[in-house]
Structures are given as structure tokens and as C-alpha cells.
Write a protein that binds this ligand. Structure first.
Ligand SMILES: [Zn+2]
Length: 328
């Protein structure tokens, strides 16, 4: 298993936005009505079709996935950052009127939907003990206990909902079936993390939606069920797909977003990185800017055993986004 040269090449090409959008549209043909295709949307947030326009995924090293379905273009990043600023202004005005304050710590209720084809493990029926372990991994990672910065967030499991439906198995990223599944199953408000577990399309480990001002039924995190701690996904079975995807759900970008130039991932203390890192490389340094590549960061693509930290800048970005988008 080695790095995926096609992905690296594509990212290095500088024409990535157009190329990826086209690839994505092509991939979506036949499974998604045009109006709901994720990337019909170079226009992103301003596009009429809402919410799930911006999702982000994690892929395996050497995987067979033909694309990283939701890499954000520079334009989409600009739009998201502008929306964050606008949302913060909007919320500040609201709070001033309501006498409310911003939150410093948050306990996120988690509703887990285990999507299965039948009642066997091979059919997706994982034991609830794996889900409990996943919640523990999230709490460890987001508290800083694994070696990173402490974030504001803790996670509390509300329920595990087993759903047997062959039409939703595997979960196909961007499909009308994914939309139907989420529309049918999603629970709670903007502050509720809905975690969908199952077999996934395209050799993906997971994907997630970014926060938006208005709740959309697509909001949530999808993860490969065997990526949970104790699962069978070799090198990716310590639960950090969940950690990574929840990072997106809390508004983090990949550490390699934007490559070596510009504002990168919009976080000041994650060194710039030209492209995703896979496996667990030693001394990787792909940009001339200060600092080795942040391969130990949860928002890179390395093995679970390799990633163990969020930075203080990421922690700050997440709680800022929470107060802008997900706080009551
Ligand atoms: Zn990702």
C-alpha cells in the first residue's frame, strides 16, 4: 500500500477546483438527481441546494477510491470563511438582544444509526460495545488526553439505533439513498451529532458535513462501521475516522487544504502541507514554510496510530464555529 499518486497529482495541478468538480459530477451521474449533486456547486453556500454541498471525506492509503469526493476549492473556502464571519456577526447581535453569552464548553449529544443489511456482523451489525468505545475515543481526542490541545467538546451517547435496510447498504456518498436515509433517520437540532455507521461506497472511510446556519437534514457524520475501535479496518480501526470527521462537522478543514500557499486550513498553528500524508511518514516536510508537515494531526490522512492531536488553533476555530452555527 502506498500513497495515491493520482490524488497527489491532482492536488498539485492547481486546476484542482474545476477538475474535482467535474470528476464529482461525473461520478454522481446516475445515482443523484442533478439538483442534489454535491458539486453542482462551485458556488457553494450561495447555491440554492443547501447544506450538504460542503462535506468532506477521509480516504484510505492505496485505496481504490477514484476521488476524494469533497475536497473544497479555494473559492468554496473563501465563501465558507465569509459565511463564518457573517454568522458570527449575526449571532453576536442576537445574543446582545437576548442577553446571552457564548459557550466555553459543550457536551454534544450523539445519536448513532447503525445501518445494516442483515443481522450478521458481515452485514453491518456491529456490537454496541464498539459504539461505546468510539464515544470514548472522541472524548479522549477532544479533551487533549491523547497528546493534543484540549478542546471545548465532550460527547454523550444518547442512543444506538440499528436500522436494517439493504437499500442503504452500502451507504453511497452523494446518492439519493444517502439523502433518503438521513431524511428518514436524523434526530435533534443543530447541536446533535448524528453518526451513521455502515459499509461505505468507493473505499471511503467517512465523510461529514460542515456546519451551516440553517439546519439541513443531511447534517451529520458518516463513518465506516469497521473503523470503530476494535473494528476490522486494518490501520484505520482505532476510531480516528470518527475523530477526523467530527472535526469537519465542527468546521475544521484538512491540514493540507490549500497546499503551501495562502491561508491553508485557516488555522495559524498547523504548518502548511502540500498534500495529504498517508501511512506514517518520518520527517515529511513538503512546504518551505516553517514546520514539519502535521502528520500527527487528526485532520491529515495518516494511519490512526499516527494521528493524536488537535492544535490550540483548531480548538479555538471549533468553539468559535460552534457559537456561530450550532449553539442554541
Ligand atoms: Zn476529511
Amino acid at each position: 500500500m502506498g500513497p495515491r499518486p493520482n490524488l497527489l497529482t491532482r492536488r498539485a495541478a492547481g486546476v484542482a477546483s474545476t477538475t474535482l468538480a467535474l470528476l464529482l459530477s461525473t461520478a454522481a451521474v446516475g445515482v443523484v438527481p442533478a439538483a442534489s449533486a454535491f458539486s453542482a456547486a462551485p458556488g457553494g453556500e450561495s447555491c440554492a441546494e443547501p447544506a450538504d454541498v460542503h462535506a468532506d471525506a477521509r480516504v484510505k492509503a492505496g485505496g481504490t477510491a477514484k476521488h476524494d469526493p469533497n475536497e473544497l476549492t479555494a473559492k468554496q473556502i473563501r465563501e465558507r470563511e465569509a459565511d463564518l464571519s457573517a454568522a458570527l456577526r449575526e449571532r453576536a447581535n442576537f445574543r446582545a438582544g437576548a442577553g446571552a453569552t457564548t459557550l466555553a464548553t459543550v457536551t454534544i449529544p450523539v445519536v448513532v444509526h447503525v445501518i445494516q443489511r442483515d443481522s450478521t456482523r458481515a452485514g453491518g451489525n456491529i456490537p454496541d460495545s464498539l459504539v461505546t468505545s468510539q464515544i470514548n475515543v472522541l472524548n479522549q481526542a477532544y479533551s487533549g488526553a491523547t497528546g493534543g490541545a484540549a478542546t471545548a467538546f465532550g460527547f454523550q451517547l444518547q442512543k444506538v439505533h440499528h436500522v436494517t435496510n439493504a437499500a442503504w447498504y452500502p451507504i453511497v456518498q452523494g446518492s439519493s439513498a444517502e439523502r433518503a436515509m438521513k431524511t428518514s433517520l436524523r434526530e435533534g437540532g443543530k447541536n446533535t451529532l448524528n453518526l451513521y455507521l455502515g459499509e461505505l461506497s468507493d473505499n471511503l472511510l467517512g465523510w461529514a458535513t460542515f456546519p451551516q446556519r440553517k439546519l439541513n437534514s443531511m447534517d451529520g457524520v458518516v463513518a465506516l462501521s469497521e473503523s470503530l475501535p476494535g473494528g476490522t479496518a486494518t490501520n484505520y480501526n482505532q476510531g480516528d475516522t470518527g475523530t477526523h470527521e467530527v472535526g469537519h462537522w465542527l468546521n475544521l478543514y484538512h491540514t493540507f487544504q490549500g497546499g503551501c500557499s495562502g491561508s491553508g486550513d485557516s488555522v495559524g498553528d498547523t504548518p502548511a502541507e502540500a498534500s495529504p500524508a498517508y501511512q506514517c511518514p518520518t520527517g515529511r516536510d513538503t512546504c518551505t514554510a516553517t514546520g514539519l508537515d502535521p502528520i500527527i494531526n487528526f485532520m491529515d490522512y495518516t494511519y490512526d496510530s499516527c494521528m493524536y492531536q488537535f492544535t490550540a488553533g483548531q480548538a479555538s476555530r471549533m468553539i468559535t464555529a460552534w457559537n456561530a452555527y450550532r449553539a442554541a
